[in-house]
Ligand binder design. Structure first.
Ligand code: SDX
Length: 429
């Protein structure tokens, strides 16, 4: 017999069904709650509320487990590539050789922007943040594809998804070049996804950027580790917009805006700025740790803590190892890495952090790798957005493919003024 939950309200008992997921996660299904009881639930920040059932990504926050379509992130980080992981997330299985070739070719065919897009780039202030440009240009690019403008359609999904995934990287690189007053560098057909991004970022018209295999691999790993993360703030935003049947590019542009916040994807930039402040102030980290524990300081240990992980973020572990390996290969040292390690060591033995189960998250070390790859700090969250694009596309597709999908429309508890009436201007105090 399937499990149920019983709710007693005003002396009446209500039996609610329990939904059990494939990894035995359990949820009280409250779809009929308001109709049968007149009550709604209230859950600030949705910490206890599931917005959907999804087959894409599984996280066990207590165990520090992350799996894309059931495959552990550690295996994908070790054996896969970003394009292969993108296919896995979007289409639900690892591609065979033919599928991977077709997908990769489709990305190559769709990586160029409409040439008139460059006029949009020219309109941006040289001080524009690349995340502002990324969100705006995703929507701007969609205007060149009338077929996109209608309601989301299944039969055009593959081309729209490939266009978005291929172009987000081109838009990001062009935004960077524009912000530095540099000529834009077009993608090369012969280059693979991540190599092409580095080429468009760092080549010059007169000299191609030297693509070191370990650099390409490190950035590809960053993309893989950021590719999806169940219903995080930006993915939930993409699903919210997708539920209204808006087109894929509009959903992705909204996801970029949600990701930008320093509590979410903007944290990787905030971590480096925090480490740089600590370094410049000559602090060994102890002063900062004390400030981060003091609610009145307005400071937080950025890159630490997570709504779901109450254990070490498995991605942080992988990135920390990759950090050490890359810096050793490139024979560079970064004082900020040393500070980060000291902060981690101090925090993980400090009761404030331990008692609140605050551990390093994906953002704590990712900035160090990106610095080693010469990616400027203002581009860190853009890199996160490129990595997260397959996850957003996969979540968009899950709604598109669901015939029972409904528009997301949360309720609220009103706490404003009771009924009152209009007062003419002359009669107001
Ligand atoms: C990402 O959701 C995802 O999956 C996101 C992500 C993804 O891949 O999409 O994993 C990517 O966004 C990672 C998180 C990046 N953000 C940061 O690193 C910013 C710093 N972290 C925090 O702001 C915070 O931990 C959050 C935002 C990540 C989580 O916030 P919650 O779950 O709302 O936790 P909370 O703010 O309620 O904190 C609980 C307690 C509070 O103290 P008390 O009120 O209990 O005394 O922990 C404290 C907080 O003050 N706390 C911190 C802290 N994080 C939480 N104190 C100091 N430093 C921190 N970093």
């Amino acid at each position: 017999m399937s499990e149920t939950a019983t709710l007693e309200l005003n002396g009446k008992r209500y039996v609610l069904p329990v939904t059990v997921g494939s990894e035995n996660e359990k949820a009280v299904a409250i779809g009929s709650l308001r109709d049968t009881t007149g009550y709604i639930t209230l859950d600030d920040g949705y910490g206890n509320t599931g917005s959907c059932q999804s087959e894409i990504t599984f996280i066990d926050g207590e165990q520090g487990i992350l799996r894309y379509r059931g495959i552990p992130i550690e295996e994908l980080a070790d054996k896969s590539t970003f394009v292969e992981v993108a296919y896995l997330l979007i289409y639900g299985h690892l591609p065979n050789r033919s599928e991977l070739r077709s997908f990769s070719d489709l990305l190559t065919e769709n990586q160029n922007l409409h040439e008139d897009m460059k006029y949009h780039f020219e309109g941006f202030s040289s001080m524009a943040h690349p995340m502002a440009m990324l969100s705006a240009m995703i929507n701007a690019s969609s205007c060149f594809y009338p077929g996109l403008m209608g309601p989301a359609s299944r039969d055009r999904f593959n081309i729209h998804a490939a266009r978005l995934l291929a172009q987000v990287r081109t838009i990001a690189a062009f935004s960077y070049r524009k912000s530095r007053g540099l000529p834009i560098i077009y993608p090369k057909r012969a280059y693979k996804y991540t190599a092409n991004f580095l080429h468009m970022m760092f080549s010059e018209p007169y000299q191609d950027y030297e693509l070191k295999p370990e650099v390409v691999k490190a950035l590809d790993l960053i993309f893989v580790l950021h590719a999806d993360h169940e219903q995080n703030c930006s993915t939930a935003t993409v699903r919210m917009v997708a539920s209204s049947k808006a087109n894929l590019f509009a959903c992705a542009a909204a996801g970029v805006c949600a990701l930008w916040g320093p509590l979410h994807g903007g944290a990787n930039q905030a971590v480096i700025e925090m480490l740089q402040d600590i370094h410049d102030s000559g602090d060994d980290g102890s002063k900062f740790i004390n400030a981060a524990k003091d609610k009145d300081s307005g400071r937080r240990l950025m890159g630490f803590g997570h709504r779901v992980y109450k254990n070490y973020d498995p991605r942080a572990k992988i990135i920390k190892t990759a950090c050490d390996r890359l810096l050793e290969t490139l024979q560079v040292s970064d004082p900020l890495l040393d500070i980060a390690k000291k902060l981690e060591e101090a925090a993980l033995s400090d009761d404030y952090f331990v008692s609140r189960k605050l551990y390093p998250n994906v953002d704590f070390y990712s900035g160090i790798i990106m610095r080693a790859l010469s990616i400027p700090v203002e581009m860190f969250t853009v890199i996160f957005a490129i990595g997260r694009m397959p996850g957003w596309i996969a979540n968009f597709k899950e709604i598109l493919d669901d015939p029972k999908s409904r528009i997301y429309r949360p309720r609220q508890v009103y706490t404003g003024r009771p009924l009152n009436h209009y007062v003419p201007l002359d009669d107001r105090p």
